[in-house]
Design a protein around this ligand. Structure first.
Ligand code: ATP
Ligand code: MG
Length: 391
C-alpha cells in the first residue's frame, strides 16, 4: 500500500536564504536512513513529502519511527493515506481514520483541519472542514466539535494530484540536518560522554568521523570493539561513518619514561589533540569534538582545558561542557550508548594514570616536558599508521 509521510521543517530553516541547501540535505539523509524501504521523494510547493510503498501497517510504523528518531532537521512527521481528490472518497477516509482514533483513544472532542494550497477545489478550506466534520458527526454522534485543542484532529491536505488524510503528528528530533555544518572529527573513547557529544554535534549538522586512540596490548580488542559498537549507534543518524584508530602505545610509553608523571594525563591529551588535528587537516574536517566537561575529572579544569586547547589549530567543540553527568546519562540511555559505555574495558588514558595528576597545569611546564621528546615525529608516525575503517 502507498503511504505518504508529510514532514515539517523547523521554522528557523524556512527563514534562511539557503533553504534549498537544507532541504536537499534532509531529503538525502531520509533516503539514506530509509534505504531498506521503497521510498520516493515528492516535493511540492511548501511541503515535503516522502512516498513509501509499504507491505503492511508494521512497515508503515517502522518508517514513522525511523523518521521521528533518526533524522535531524525536521520537527514532525505525519503518515497519511493518499486518495483521489474526490469529496466522497475524502469523507470516507476521514471517517475511517476517525474510527481508528476513537477505538484506540476514545476522544470526546474533535475538529477537521483542511488545507488546499492550490485552491483547486471550489469550497473554501473552512467550508470543506465543516462538511467533513458533519459527516464524522453523523457517523459518531457522541463527538463534539472543538476548534481549540480538541482530543482528535483529522488533517486533510488537498494537493494538486491527490489528497492526503492523516490524524497523527509525531515529534521529531529538530536540530539541523547532518552534514549541513560540514565534516568533523569526534574523539571517541569508550566512555559515556564522547558518544553523547557526537550525537549532539550531529544534532547541529555535523557529519561525524571518529578518532579513537588505543594502546594495544595494554588495551584489549574488546575495548576497541566497544568503541566500534558506539560508533555504530551514531551511524543511526548519518549514512556512513569512518573510524580512524590511532595506535597510542609507543607515545604513552615514551611519555611515561621521559616525563614528569604529574603531567601525564594532560600531556597525553595534548598529543591526542595534535594527532587529531593532523588527521582533521588531511581529511578536511572543520572542527574537533570531545566529550570534555568542566570540572568532571582532573584533566578537565579550566587550566588543563586551556593547556589541551592551546595545541589545537581547529576549533574544539565540547557539547557537554556544562552538562551534569545525569543529563548526559539521560541522553546516553535514549540513544542506546549507555549500556555499551559501561562495559568494563580499559581506555588508554586510564592505563598509566598517576596517583596525583596535576589539576592546574601550566603550558610552559608542559612544553618543557615535551621538549624532552621529538613529539612532531610521534605525531607524523601516528598519522601515517592510522587504521581507517568505514562502517
Ligand atoms: P568519556 O566518557 O567520553 O571517555 P570522560 O568524562 O571519561 O569522557 P576523559 O576520559 O578524560 O573524560 O576524556 C575526555 C575526552 O577526551 C573524551 O570525551 C574524548 O572525547 C577524548 N578521549 C579520551 N580518551 C580517548 C580515546 N582513547 N580515544 C579518543 N578520544 C578520547
Ligand atoms: Mg573516559
Amino acid at each position: 500500500m502507498k503511504i505518504i509521510y508529510l514532514l515539517k521543517y523547523g521554522e528557523l530553516m524556512l527563514k534562511k536564504k539557503n533553504k534549498k541547501f537544507f532541504e536537499d540535505m534532509v531529503i538525502k539523509n531520509c533516503l539514506a536512513i530509509l534505504r531498506e524501504h521503497k521510498i520516493k521523494k515528492i516535493k511540492l510547493f511548501g511541503r515535503f513529502l516522502l512516498e513509501a510503498e509499504v507491505e503492511n501497517e508494521a512497515e508503515k510504523d517502522i518508517i514513522t519511527h525511523k523518521l521521528s528518531t533518526r533524522i535531524f532537521g525536521i520537527t514532525s512527521v505525519s503518515p497519511g493515506n493518499v486518495i483521489d481528490t474526490d469529496y466522497k472518497k475524502i469523507s470516507e477516509e476521514c471517517i475511517k481514520q476517525a474510527e481508528i482514533v476513537i477505538n484506540t483513544e476514545n476522544p470526546v472532542t474533535f475538529k477537521v483541519d483542511v488545507n488546499r494550497p492550490f485552491k483547486n477545489v471550489e469550497m473554501t478550506s473552512i467550508e470543506y472542514a465543516g462538511e467533513l466534520g458533519g459527516d464524522i458527526l453523523d457517523k459518531f454522534p457522541h463527538l463534539k466539535v472543538k476548534l481549540k485543542n480538541p482530543d482528535m484532529t483529522i488533517f486533510v491536505e488537498i494537493l494538486q494530484d491527490f489528497t492526503i488524510v492523516y490524524s497523527k503528528k509525531y515529534n521529531c528530533l529538530r536540530g539541523l540536518p547532518v552534514g549541513s555544518s560540514g565534516k568533523v572529527g569526534l574523539l571517541l573513547s569508550g566512555g559515556i560522554d564522547s558518544p553523547v557529544a557526537g550525537y549532539l554535534a550531529q544534532k547541529r549538522g555535523c557529519y561525524l568521523n571518529c578518532i579513537y586512540f588505543h594502546s594495544p596490548p595494554h588495551t584489549s580488542q574488546k575495548a576497541k570493539d566497544k568503541v566500534f559498537e558506539l560508533a555504530k549507534k551514531l551511524l543511526g543518524y548519518q549514512s556512513h561513518i569512518r573510524i580512524f584508530t590511532v595506535n597510542f602505545t609507543e607515545t604513552q610509553l615514551m611519555f611515561k619514561k621521559h616525563t614528569d608523571e604529574q603531567y601525564f594525563l594532560v600531556l597525553g591529551r595534548r598529543m591526542m589533540m595534535r594527532i587529531a588535528n593532523e588527521i582533521a587537516r588531511k581529511y578536511e574536517f572543520k572542527a574537533l569534538i570531545t566529550g570534555e566537561n568542566l570540572g568532571q575529572v582532573s584533566s578537565q579544569t579550566l587550566e588543563n582545558l586551556h593547556c589541551i586547547n592551546s595545541v589545537a589549530e581547529l576549533p574544539v567543540l565540547r557539547p557537554l561542557l556544562t552538562y551534569d553527568k545525569e543529563e548526559t546519562i539521560e541522553i546516553a540511555r535514549k540513544i542506546g550508548t549507555f549500556d555499551i559505555s559501561i562495559l568494563p574495558y580499559d581506555d588508554c588514558c586510564t592505563l598509566f594514570l598517576p596517583p596525583n595528576p596535576n589539576t592546574r597545569s601550566k603550558v610552559y611546564n608542559l612544553e618543557k616536558e615535551e621538549s624532552k621528546l621529538d613529539y612532531q615525529k610521534i605525531v607524523k608516525k601516528a598519522v601515517e599508521t592510522v587504521e581507517i575503517i568505514d562502517l
